[in-house]
Design a protein around this ligand. Structure first.
Ligand code: PDD
Length: 303
């Protein structure tokens, strides 16, 4: 039996087992090969933790402050305490970009409730959280996907608190694998007839010049890029509607695009078997991608 996914090149390089990349684990910068997590870590046993992903552009962190505010919110929702401060995180993240000579890419960070004998309720309050981070390169300015990507619709089978950036991502793993197997770049998750979000992105549609995305609630993650796009749309005088939309609305939209910290703004030119608009990136999407790139340049220039 041939694996349909195997014909599509994986978008990320494999992790090198003897890797010399520098990571950060619980206060120390370590080579990837020396960076280890205890098997009793609650992140591993229960997915009891949260994460953040921020972009690196021109060698500088982009909107790390906003990501760290969301991290605080996620940690607060799960009552995980004892973590390093936002200032300390900022320094670690920037240092990882520099130590690994990342010009364009991302920093990933994760916090779990720490290491304890396996037992569902929280361990003692003195159990320190596990904190780690790494960086990796990724093309953003000249992302080949900016020519247009395909989405594959899949039912959203996640839990009820999607506003928490939880490391429990099995539903997204399955959704994005289904998308890749279908030859699509991203999953388009839907529930009760309405689009929720992408597998790891916010989804937007454009109809008659108005851009539309789902309002914030427990049903979706409050995307940092989403927030920035709302401001940029206002500056560009593009009308915005924060209203849920159906899969049919998406299929019949003039334009569709996805946003995330690491892909910025990517045009969607196909959903399932259907071409969106004329099959090329539309004017609103292009204007917003350009505005996002200009803002990123402005915020990270002048090193
Ligand atoms: N994912 N919705 C979901 C479910 C996500 O996982 C993400 C981000 C977003 C967009 O959020 P932001 O604009 O803050 O990146 C929306 C990250 C990039 C990831 O899991 O890799």
């Amino acid at each position: 039996m041939t694996d349909p996914a195997s014909s599509i090149a994986p978008p990320v390089p494999p992790v090198a087992p003897g890797g010399t990349r520098e990571c950060w684990v619980n206060g120390a910068f370590l080579r990837e090969r020396d960076a280890h997590i205890n098997i009793f870590d609650r992140g591993l046993l229960f997915a009891d933790g949260v994460y953040e992903v921020a972009a690196v552009f021109n060698g500088r962190l982009l909107d790390a402050d906003l990501h760290l505010v969301r991290l605080e919110r996620s940690l607060g929702a799960l009552h995980i305490g004892g973590t390093q401060s936002a200032e300390e995180w900022g320094a670690v993240m920037q240092s990882l970009a520099e130590r690994n000579a990342i010009e364009e890419g991302l920093v990933y960070l994760q916090v779990t409730r720490g290491v304890a004998e396996r037992d569902f309720p929280f361990p003692s309050a003195t159990t320190p959280p596990t904190q780690f981070a790494y960086a990796r390169p990724k093309p953003m300015r000249y992302d080949p996907n900016a020519a247009g990507i395909a989405l594959q619709s899949v039912p959203d089978i996640r839990w009820a608190r999607r506003d928490i950036k939880s490391i429990a991502l099995l539903a997204q793993v399955l959704a994005k694998q289904e998308a890749r197997a279908a030859g699509a770049y991203e999953a388009l998750m839907h529930e009760d007839g309405e689009v929720t979000e992408g597998g790891s992105s916010t989804i937007w549609i454009v109809k008659n010049g108005t851009i539309r995305t789902r309002p914030l609630s427990h049903k979706i993650l409050a995307g940092i890029t989403r927030d920035v796009i709302l401001t940029l749309a206002e500056t560009l005088r593009i009308p915005v509607s924060e209203r849920a939309f159906t899969l049919v609305d998406a299929l019949t939209a003039d334009e569709c695009f996805m946003t995330s910290a690491t892909s910025f703004v990517l045009p969607v030119t196909r959903i399932d078997e259907r071409t969106i608009g004329d099959g090329t990136p539309g004017p609103c999407t292009t204007a917003l991608r350009n505005a996002y790139l200009e803002r990123a340049e402005r915020l990270t220039a002048g090193r």
